[in-house]
Design a binder for this molecule. Structure first.
Ligand SMILES: [Fe+2]
Ligand SMILES: [Fe+2]
Length: 248
């Protein structure tokens, strides 16, 4: 029994692809097939696979049916968390999604799932850069205070959701956690954030995130050991479509 994860499948069996790069970049060529084969090799039905957001380009559930069916057909128990492109998934309707797809898929939001003696918690998160836009060297290249207000609200909402999940698990006696985000936990300067602080507060052993596509974005946030936890980027193109085993 093992725990695997990956993010950003960006399936589009019934929808229009909104990122043209996905058509031209070699790593994305037939990525659905590559991933299916890699899963069939590595993942068994006793295993758990957490998909960390950006599952589908579909605008609504009917445009995602084949994409979700593809996920249903993968081996193992599948747990999905939300990404910024998952338009089919309204947080308030998570219960309905779970009803529709149980027991084939679990949509994780404002709740937790159990893997061995671990509680798996997850939310989309949000990367807040500040009112400024900075390049990789930390040079300020733009300023937007309206965006700052919007970003602060998003971060606050996501942090509240994540805390609710941690608290629910804690109330049921769980002390070991794996934390899943879709967005990176910090901005490109790798400063601490409400998300890294929460991982430390609850003692999450691993922080898993996705969302970063392409070589130039793979080092946007923390990779590896940082202040007692392990941070892992699991976007599909970064992992070359091989699901990453994070626990035995
Ligand atoms: Fe993505
Ligand atoms: Fe994303």
């Amino acid at each position: 029994m093992s725990l695997f994860t990956i993010g950003d499948l960006h399936l589009h069996y019934q929808s229009v692809l909104k990122a043209p790069g996905q058509l031209h970049d070699r790593v994305w060529k037939n990525h659905e097939e590559k991933f299916r084969k890699n899963c069939e090799k590595a993942v068994t039905d006793e295993d758990t696979l957490v998909l960390a957001g950006d599952h589908s380009w579909g605008k609504n559930l009917s445009e995602c049916e084949l994409d979700l069916q593809y996920i249903c057909d993968l081996p193992g128990r599948k747990i999905l968390t939300r990404g910024n492109h998952d338009m089919f998934w309204d947080v308030k309707k998570t219960g309905q999604l779970n009803e529709l797809y149980q027991p084939r898929l679990t949509f994780l939001q404002d709740s937790f799932e159990v893997y061995r003696d671990y509680a798996l918690v997850g939310t989309k998160g949000f990367t807040f850069e500040g009112p400024f836009y900075i390049d990789r060297r930390g040079r300020i290249v733009g300023w937007d205070e309206e965006e700052e207000e919007r970003a602060k609200k998003l971060v606050e909402r996501e942090a509240k959701r994540l805390r609710r999940s941690f608290e629910l698990a804690k109330a049921q006696g769980y002390t070991k956690f794996i934390m899943f985000l879709h967005y990176p936990p910090t901005n490109v300067l790798e400063e601490r954030s409400v998300f890294t602080d929460m991982a430390e507060e609850y003692g999450a052993e691993q922080v898993i995130y996705a969302h970063c596509h392409g070589e130039s974005r793979f080092r946007d946030s923390i990779l590896g050991e940082y202040r007692g936890r392990t941070y892992r980027l699991v976007s599909g193109d970064y992992l070359k479509w091989k699901p990453l085993k994070i626990l035995e």
